[in-house]
Ligand binder design. Structure first.
Ligand code: ASP
Length: 355
């Protein structure tokens, strides 16, 4: 079967080569203002139950998701590139301490916030990622800089920090990432691990674990797709553990001919199942809808392996898919026609259009 392929932005490829030393913003190709677009975001999947979320907290999460959608929608309406929108939307979620990314990142076992992020441009499958950084305020901007300004795809730890400094990115004191809530979560998790004798599998299966990774997938009005994901990883992660988020093809993937995906969940399984790439490969090689390809990975492949989590995906026609096998996933989407924000399973109501 053959899918309809939208022409890719070859101009963008030219710009990337010519502008090796330009700023990230200058690399982005602008699209027609007022054209068609689609944006989906997530703020993590996990054991998110109605009975455990106060009305106030519920409203705060929905407000944060709506704010991120507003930022993305304003940019898309003005003709911003998918890549710029992914970065801007993720920065807004990284700066919000409710989410497990940037400011609100969880603690590792050593009591440090170690951040991972990736971004991918579907127009030329260029990508950038950073892992295990501890002082970079916005890891998604670092991932973008790795893509635009280095010869590499992924930088990690001290080298990534050095690169961020050299690029003039905002560096913060490690205390910037401290929050009492996350610290208490670390203490509680470590106590549970002790009780369970610290088995690696039980550590991953702990039902108390609430994820909060953030991600975005976009189709811009040029027809290009992009994806990005940012996270603090799993609470009490050890030994410099890196999850799926910064691994291209596992937690993040974009190819403008087929689809863009951002994932959240127990990263070890997403890495082993190459979830994000597999969804796009199913778009390439089968006649499935984007929802069917996503559901296959999330409701069949992952559970067979014992994995949990969810994804947001968008296909080259701008169709959006949400799929998760957990109790909830913070999520939202916006197109010129409709906006949705939801947290729990089964929430389908579209919200009135903003403008
Ligand atoms: N996937 C992330 C990781 O394993 C965690 C999450 O999505 O909450 O690092």
């Amino acid at each position: 079967m053959t899918r309809s392929h939208k022409p890719l932005s070859t101009q963008f490829l030219g710009l990337t080569i010519l502008c090796a030393s330009c700023s990230s913003a200058a690399l982005a190709q602008d699209c027609p203002a007022g054209g068609d677009y689609a944006l989906a975001i997530h703020g993590g999947a996990g054991v998110i139950l109605r009975e455990n979320l106060s009305a106030e907290r519920d409203a705060e999460y929905r407000h944060a998701l709506n704010t991120a959608l507003d930022i993305g929608q304003d940019k898309l309406t003005a003709g911003a590139s998918a890549l710029d929108v992914v970065e801007a939307v993720i920065i807004s979620l990284e700066n919000d301490e409710k989410f497990n990314a940037g400011k609100g990142a969880v603690f590792s076992d050593a009591g440090i916030n170690e951040l991972d992020a990736a971004i991918m441009d579907g127009s030329d499958r260029n990508a950038g990622a950073a892992a295990g950084v501890t002082t970079v305020k916005n890891p998604i901007t670092l991932a973008r800089a790795v893509m635009d300004k280095s010869d590499h795809v992924m930088l990690q730890s001290q080298g990534a920090e050095d690169f961020a400094k050299a690029q003039g990115l905002e560096i913060v004191d490690k205390d910037y990432f401290y929050s009492h809530r996350r610290w208490k979560q670390l203490q509680a998790k470590q106590a549970r691990l002790k009780q369970q004798k610290g088995s690696f599998n039980r550590w991953l299966e702990d039902p108390q674990t609430k994820y909060g990774t953030v991600g975005a997938v976009v189709k811009d009005s040029c027809g290009n797709l992009a994806a990005g994901t940012s996270t603090g990883g799993l609470t009490a992660k050890k030994f410099g553990r890196v999850g799926d988020t910064p691994i291209i093809g596992a937690g993040t993937y974009a190819d403008s001919r087929y689809c863009a995906v951002s994932a959240t969940g127990t990263g070890e399984f997403f890495i082993r199942a190459t979830v994000a790439r597999d969804i796009c490969a199913r778009q390439e090689f089968t006649s499935e809808t984007i929802q069917q390809s996503s559901d296959h990975l999330i409701h069949k492949t992952l559970p067979e392996m014992g994995g949990d989590g969810g994804i947001i995906a968008i296909d080259n026609d701008g169709h959006i898919a949400f799929s998760f096998n957990t109790a909830g996933m913070y999520r939202g989407s916006v197109t010129p026609k409709a906006r949705r924000v939801a947290i729990f399973k089964g929430e389908t109501k579209a919200l009135p259009h903003k403008k």
